[in-house]
Design a protein around this ligand. Structure first.
Ligand code: R5P
Length: 279
């Protein structure tokens, strides 16, 4: 692997722990103004100091993230479908490698739709993106499907999709946690991060998912709704960091969450220190 590519990955997957907390805010590319992400600028700003990567589209990056921000960007480069359209799987590449380089991003991401009518074009797009990425030292994160394909959220399907992504050259895979998740990890020779999926009823459930995923070999999370749809997004991302980077148990992480919520309610004279929870 080339130095530039390794360097970009090391910015997201922290060498001190070998893990990563990526914040996903790319939902609008097919879902429009998602609840609590209606104004991405205000959702993203307080969470920026706590994420090891920010996953989004070029439009939200340009308009809602200050260029001074010191955060690795995972640029979504696939799209072209919507929740009111015919088929969410009908995506194509929507953003060029030149644009990704111009935006100085740390990785590009696209969805693949194994088992759908659009399996073939999505996999060929992945391969082409990897070829281009290799030319420029740009890591490619393959995302194993959203929408209808998620009904097949079992280890067999997710292991199949993740393995195919790795075989075609993806440098990282984003998939979903499932029963038998170890089979997904074992069959995939590149690092895996897990998405959170729709908001759970409780913060504890989301922390459990993150905990179990890293315990079984994921290098971290690329999580959205369970962080920014929480009543306390900053406390939630701090708790997720504790699980991912500090190997906290779910109860320890819940304690981190509760302390951060309390701290946010008490007016303080001292300045708060982001990243105090973990590396
Ligand atoms: C789906 O492909 C989107 O890329 C989201 O980034 C992904 O689902 C992660 O967000 P969430 O944790 O809300 O599911």
């Amino acid at each position: 692997m080339d130095w530039g590519l390794k360097n970009r990955i090391a910015r997201m997957v922290k060498p001190s722990t070998g893990r990563s907390v990526m914040l996903a805010v790319d939902h609008g590319y097919f879902m429009g103004p998602t609840h609590r992400l209606e104004d991405p600028r205000s959702t993203i700003a307080p969470l920026l100091p706590y994420c090891d990567g920010l996953a989004l589209t070029r439009g939200i990056l340009r308009n809602c993230v200050p260029p001074e921000a010191d955060v690795p960007i995972i640029l979504r480069v696939s799209g072209g479908a919507s929740i009111v359209g015919k088929d969410l799987a009908n995506e194509d590449l929507t953003t060029s490698m030149q644009e990704a380089l111009r935006l100085n991003v740390s990785a590009v991401a696209l969805s693949i739709f194994v088992g759908s009518d659009y399996e073939h074009p999505s996999l060929v797009n992945l391969s082409r993106l990897v070829d281009e990425g290799e030319n420029y030292g740009m890591p490619v994160l393959a995302i194993t499907a959203v929408g209808k394909e998620l009904e097949k959220r079992d280890a067999r399907y997710l292991a199949l999709s993740s393995r195919i992504a790795a075989e075609l050259g993806a440098h990282m895979v984003k998939t979903y946690y499932c029963e038998g998740f170890h089979k997904v990890v074992e069959g995939c020779p590149v690092p895996i991060v897990v998405a959170g999926g729709p908001k759970f009823d409780t913060e504890k459930d989301a922390l459990q998912l993150a905990h179990d995923a890293v315990e079984l070999g994921a290098v971290g999370v690329d999580m959205g709704r369970n962080i920014w749809q929480s009543e306390h997004p900053v406390a939630m991302i701090q708790a997720i960091r504790a699980v991912v980077h500090d190997k906290a148990t779910v109860s320890e992480a819940m304690e981190v969450y509760r302390s951060a919520v309390s701290a946010s309610r008490v007016p303080s004279t001292s300045s708060s220190k982001p990243r105090s929870v973990s590396t």
